[in-house]
Design a protein around this ligand. Structure first.
Ligand code: ADP
Length: 230
C-alpha cells in the first residue's frame, strides 16, 4: 500500500462558459488522503466540490496536475485502464441513492460484484454481510421503492463498498434525509468505513458530521485548506 490512497497535486480545472468566458474552478489544488483516513470536505455552494470529487473519482479529467490512486499515476493509464481501476478501487455515494429500481436491495449490491467477476454465491454472501452491518438484512428482498429514504441510502452505502474499494468518495451522502435519520445513517456509514479500513473523502455541509471525521478540509477559491479544530 502506498503512503497515500488519494493524492492530488497541482490540479487545475476551468470551464468555458460561452459569453461569460472561462471560469477557473480549481487552482493548483493539492490534497492527500492516507490509508484508513476519513476526511470531510466542506465548501460553499458552487466552490467546485463536485468538480473535485469527479476528478478524484476519475469521472472527469483535470486540465493539468496529477491524480494518484494508491501510488498509481493516472497520467500513465489509458481510458480502459482508468475505467477498470475506477470500478475496482473507488466507491461512490451520492446525495440521491441511484439504485436500480427494478432490482432488490440485495441484487443492487450483487450486480456490481458480478460485473467484477465475483462468483454469484460469494457476491450474495458479501452483499448479505454488508446489509447486516447496516442493520437491514431483513429488507434484502425489497425493491428500492419499498424502502424508506434512510434504508435506500444504507443500500447505496453497501453498493459503494461491494467491490471492496480502496477509496470512498461521497457527495452529501445523508443530505437528502431528515436530521435524525441523517445522524443515524451517517453513524452507520462511518462504522462501515472504519470496519473495512477504507479511506474516504466525504463532502458535507453539516459541520457536526464533519467533526466526526479525522480531518476537515475546506475548498474555497479553488484551493484546499485544513480547518483547525479547537
Ligand atoms: P459545487 O459542487 O461546489 O456546488 P461544482 O463543482 O458543481 O460546485 O461547480 C463549480 C463551478 O463550476 C460552478 O460555478 C459551476 O457553475 C461551474 N461548472 C460546473 N460544471 C460545469 C460545466 N460542465 N460547464 C461550465 N461550468 C461548470
Amino acid at each position: 500500500m502506498s503512503d497515500n490512497i488519494l493524492r492530488l497535486q497541482g490540479i487545475e480545472k476551468a470551464y468555458n462558459r460561452g459569453l461569460d468566458g472561462e471560469v477557473t474552478v480549481l487552482k493548483a489544488l493539492d490534497l492527500a488522503i492516507a490509508p484508513a483516513q476519513v476526511v470531510a470536505l466542506v465548501a460553499p455552494s458552487g466552490a467546485g466540490k463536485s468538480t473535485l470529487l469527479h476528478i478524484a473519482g476519475l469521472l472527469d479529467t483535470a486540465d493539468s496536475g496529477q491524480v494518484e490512486i494508491d501510488g498509481v499515476d493516472m497520467r500513465g493509464l489509458d481510458d480502459k485502464a482508468r475505467t477498470a481501476l475506477r470500478r475496482q478501487d473507488i466507491g461512490f455515494i451520492y446525495q440521491f441513492h441511484h439504485l436500480l429500481p427494478e432490482f432488490s436491495a440485495l441484487e443492487n449490491i450483487v450486480i456490481p460484484q458480478l460485473a467484477n467477476n465475483v462468483a454469484p454465491a460469494q457476491a450474495r454472501d458479501y452483499a448479505m454481510d454488508l446489509l447486516a452491518k447496516v442493520g437491514i438484512a431483513d429488507r434484502a428482498g425489497h425493491r428500492p421503492a419499498a424502502l424508506s429514504g434512510g434504508e435506500q441510502q444504507r443500500v447505496a452505502f453497501c453498493r459503494a463498498l461491494a467491490n471492496r474499494p480502496k477509496l470512498l468518495l461521497a457527495d452529501e451522502p445523508t443530505g437528502n434525509l431528515d436530521p435524525a435519520t441523517s445522524d443515524t445513517v451517517f453513524t452507520l456509514l462511518l462504522q462501515l468505513v472504519r470496519d473495512t479500513g477504507l479511506s474516504a473523502l466525504i463532502a458535507t455541509h453539516n459541520l457536526d458530521l464533519a467533526g466526526r471525521m479525522d480531518q476537515t478540509l475546506r475548498l474555497d477559491q479553488g484551493q484546499i485548506s485544513i480547518v483547525q479544530r479547537i
